[in-house]
Structure formats: structure tokens, C-alpha cells
Write a new protein. Structure first.
Length: 279
């Protein structure tokens, strides 16, 4: 397998990050998980919009040649090298560079691109509903940085471990107000009659690209989508629940805590907006 580090294709086993990399030391970095299907990246523009707006918020100083076009070229190169252009999971990681926490004059971003063959299940709606619960040991903040897909992923890592210990498929994380932020690797949607509800940006969840794509498509098609604070009681009372991310699109939840959920509307949304995205 190969990687691309700062524009150079290298063998994946070669060391590339130094001990004073700011992403390693302080979590001072960002990442994107991108899906490639048949040599195309359907949500690439949304990924780049999020990445570059996040870099601006964090006051990163990218070089002039660090552009979406160059990143696309590097991604395609490493996917070709790894023979996974038909279906790939791509991780693009950006760090502020090397140095101490106050060494701003040494800022020089590093970019690491990794790719792996994708699981065929990425292109299918899950047959069995997910089992989901609530992670009790962390509360996400609701500040300017909470929506970023940052290298500081500790609450989500611990939530994923907790879910595995409970024999669940995923966990919902709460914010400091006790409302739902998101899940460990996905955004949350609820179906309540004709209304589709999702935690608003600003409620502590990561601003997912699939979330953005799906909301826009649903509203264009006349669906009522409400973005607001969502509490555990809302989830417990919902008719359906599904999770979204860039790799799977939509995954339906079959059981939340002790409640069994349907998937009628979720299945319809998948076929209307997600299945066509991958074809």
C-alpha cells in the first residue's frame, strides 16, 4: 500500500510525521473521510468546502499550491497506486505543521492522504437495523470549533469503544445542555410522521457532508426538514431513526435502547437520494 504525504507518493510503512507534529501533539489538525466510486468522488466539493472553511476558522496558512484541484490529483494518484479506484475509502489529514503550541511563525501545514479498498456494503442499505444507545461519559461543547472534523476525536473514540462493550452498533453523544449532538461516526435524523428532524449545527455535532447533501436534496423535493435541539425523549418517541455519513450514506436504526423502530421512510429516502448518488 502507498500514501501521499505533502504531494509525494511513498510506501505506507515509511515514517512521515515527526514527534513535534502539532496534530499529534495537540490535536491541531483536521481530516476528511471521502468515498470514491468508479473513479469519482460524488461529494468532493462539499468535502473541500468544509475543509477549507475549517482551515480558515483555525487560521491555517496553506501554501498557494494547496488547492482542491491539487488534492484531487493527489487522491486519484494514491488510489490508482493502491488499485482501489472502483470503491475506496480515503482519509485526508491536514495538520498545522511542526513545533510548539506558541510557534506560529513556523506554521507549515502537512497533508497526508491514505486510501483503502472499500467494503461493498458501503453501497448498500443495511439489511439489519443498527442497535444504538446513548454514551453517558462525555458532553460535547457547543462552540465555534465543535462542528469541525478535527484531529481531536477523543469523545468519539471513547463512544465507539463504549458501543462495542455494550454490543451496540453505535452511540449517540450529548452536548452540555443534554441534547443529542451526533453519533460516533455519523449524524442523526429522526422521522416523526411527515417531518424529518436533525440536530441543528451549533448543537455540538460535526457538520457532516452527507448531512448537508441530504438536507438540501430533501428540501428541494418538498420534504419538511427541521434542524433544532433534539433530546433523548425525542429519539425515544420517533417512528424511525437513521444515521448518515460520507461512506454509507444512510444506515437505518432498528433499535434505540429498548424501542424497536421501522424503516419505511428511511428506505424510501435511501433509494431516492443515496442509491442514485453511487450509481
Amino acid at each position: 500500500m502507498h500514501i501521499c504525504f505533502d504531494g509525494k507518493i511513498l510506501k505506507s510503512g515509511e515514517p512521515v510525521l515527526s514527534a513535534d507534529d502539532k496534530s499529534y501533539r495537540y490535536g491541531d489538525g483536521l481530516f476528511e473521510t471521502i468515498k470514491m466510486v468508479k473513479g469519482q468522488m460524488p461529494l468532493f466539493d462539499l468535502h473541500m468546502n468544509r475543509l477549507f472553511s475549517s482551515m480558515q476558522l483555525l487560521e491555517f496558512s496553506p501554501p498557494a499550491l494547496f488547492t482542491p484541484e491539487k488534492l484531487k490529483t493527489d487522491i486519484i494518484s494514491v488510489c490508482n497506486k493502491n488499485n482501489c479506484t472502483d470503491l475506496a475509502r480515503i482519509r485526508l489529514s491536514v495538520s498545522r505543521g511542526n513545533g510548539g503550541i506558541y510557534e506560529y511563525d513556523r506554521d507549515r501545514i502537512h497533508c497526508l492522504i491514505e486510501s483503502w479498498p472499500g467494503n461493498p456494503s458501503y453501497n448498500q442499505l443495511n439489511e439489519n437495523g443498527l442497535v444504538v444507545g446513548v454514551f453517558p461519559h462525555a458532553r460535547k461543547s457547543m462552540d465555534l470549533f465543535s462542528r469541525l472534523k478535527s484531529a481531536n476525536y477523543l469523545p468519539y473514540t471513547m463512544a465507539a469503544r463504549f458501543a462495542k462493550q455494550q454490543q451496540w452498533n453505535d452511540c449517540l453523544l450529548l452536548n452540555t445542555d443534554g441534547a443529542i449532538a451526533d453519533a460516533s461516526i455519523a449524524n442523526l435524523f429522526l422521522v416523526d410522521g411527515d417531518e424529518i428532524i436533525t440536530p441543528a449545527i451549533g448543537q455540538g455535532g460535526v457538520e457532516g457532508v452527507m448531512r448537508r447533501y441530504l438536507i438540501d436534496k430533501m428540501r428541494e423535493s418538498g420534504f419538511a426538514v427541521e434542524e433544532r435541539a433534539v433530546f433523548v425523549n425525542d429519539a425515544a418517541g420517533a417512528e424511525e431513526m437513521f444515521l448518515t455519513n460520507a461512506m454509507n450514506g444512510i444506515r437505518w436504526v432498528g433499535r434505540f435502547e429498548n424501542k424497536i423502530l421501522k424503516n419505511n421512510k428511511t428506505r424510501s429516502l435511501y433509494h431516492q437520494f443515496i442509491e442514485t448518488l453511487w450509481s
